[in-house]
Design a protein around this ligand. Structure first.
Ligand code: NDP
Ligand code: GDR
Length: 327
């Protein structure tokens, strides 16, 4: 059988690392598009951590540079293209709305154009987001729930989502949009709430910190594990027909309860360390997210395997080890 080739944008991020690992296990040739930086080398620490840095091919490219994207796709002629790159931190999107619109919104158009021009047979995955639901209009969000984005990030993601649907319907591309709810792992960026908590809990346990400053801990999220969610991305592109899918656990938990799980795991009392700090509140909040993954389960046979509790414990343990502690 000939080896399949996949191009991944955002390969240096959390999902990029887990997806690269999954595809390498499946014997794909994996090509990752990385942004040029003035720092020496590429930020491959996540790929190193997961053990695939020497198994992926990295090429320079940026979502904002259509010509470069076209040249990469022309050269590699991939079977599958996963567009994971984005300015992905919601809070930053209010400080950098234009950049977010460009990378997270227009960047998707560039990728779709590059695929249409250079490898129209390729199966395309777009990393859409539950943030597009924003101001919730249905208790459980499915593929048919109306969108009401509440941040520049979510508005940009909505553009990418509808462009993906539009290119599928207009040009017949095999283009799928995965509406993924929050997913985390030991490779999550430190600015996101789960990793901020697990890193702080590890440092507090080791005597290297004495408090955890938080924003709105009443927000509720449907949290799953990135390892499970990249499997859903791959399954979408193996299906007979392209479509859009919600990927979620079907359970929602407050930030407060997630914090509790992390402190309980190391035997500390959360109330002694958590402080509320207004700087971490957002200009507009998404109060609650709860996904209905029925379509992904029934059509793709996908299910989340990892509970929020197991994931948070795994993250705390990984952070304790990173900070030099022993389990
Ligand atoms: P990360 O923030 O960890 O990774 C983002 C990646 O995008 C990085 O590799 C980054 O590169 C790259 N990137 C940013 N801007 C550009 C650009 N202009 N050109 C090329 N590459 C760029 O995100 P995650 O792995 O968590 O998420 C992956 C995708 O899924 C994102 O699109 C995110 O918005 C979306 N998503 C994530 C969810 C989650 O809970 N994790 C849920 C739903 C959607 P660099 O290393 O150089 O910064
Ligand atoms: P989110 O993730 O905005 O849902 O976007 P994040 O982990 O940043 O926030 C989740 C919720 O926690 C509340 N919160 C805090 N958040 C952060 N980061 N720091 C804090 O101190 C803090 N205190 C409370 C937030 O207000 C929010 O309600 C993530 C990203 O990965 C997006 O790219 C992705 O599309 C969505 O998940 C689905």
């Amino acid at each position: 059988m000939t080896q399949k080739c996949a191009v991944i944008t955002g390969i240096t991020g959390q999902d990029g690392a887990y997806l690269a690992q999954l595809l390498i296990e499946k014997n794909y040739r994996v090509v990752g598009i990385v942004r040029r930086s003035s720092h020496f080398g590429v930020a491959t620490h996540r790929l190193d951590w997961i053990g695939v840095a020497d198994r992926v091919e990295l090429v320079d490219g940026d979502l904002l540079d259509l010509g470069g994207l076209c040249r990469i796709l022309r050269e590699y002629k991939p079977d599958e293209v996963y567009n994971l790159a984005a300015q992905s931190f919601v809070k930053t999107s209010w400080d950098q709305p234009t950049l977010t619109a460009q990378a997270t919104g227009v960047g998707v158009v560039n990728m779709l154009e590059a695929v249409r021009l250079e490898c129209p047979q390729a199966h395309f995955y777009q990393a859409s987001s539950s943030e597009m639901y924003g101001l919730i209009q249905e208790a459980e969000q499915s593929e048919t729930t109306p969108f009401y984005p509440r941040s520049p990030y979510a508005v940009a993601k909505l553009m990418g989502h509808w462009m993906t649907v539009n290119y599928r319907e207009s040009f017949g591309l095999f283009a799928c949009s995965g509406i993924l709810f929050n997913h985390e792992s030991p490779l999550r960026g430190l600015e996101f709430v789960t990793r901020k908590v697990t890193d702080a809990v590890a440092r507090i346990k080791l005597g290297k910190a004495d408090e955890l400053a938080m924003g709105n801990i009443d927000a509720k999220r449907d949290w799953g594990h990135a390892r499970d969610y990249v499997r859903a991305m791959w399954m979408m592109l193996q299906h007979d027909t392209p479509d859009d899918y919600v990927v979620a656990t079907g359970r929602t938990v407050t930030v407060r309860d997630m914090i509790q799980v992390a402190f309980d795991h190391v035997g500390l009392d959360a109330s002694k360390y958590v402080r509320i700090d207004p700087q971490f509140f957002r200009p507009a909040e998404v109060d609650v997210l709860l996904g209905d993954p029925s379509k992904a389960r029934n059509t793709l046979g996908w299910e989340a395997k990892t509970t929020m509790e197991a994931m948070i414990r795994e993250m705390v343990d990984a952070d304790i080890q990173r900070h030099g502690g022993h389990l």
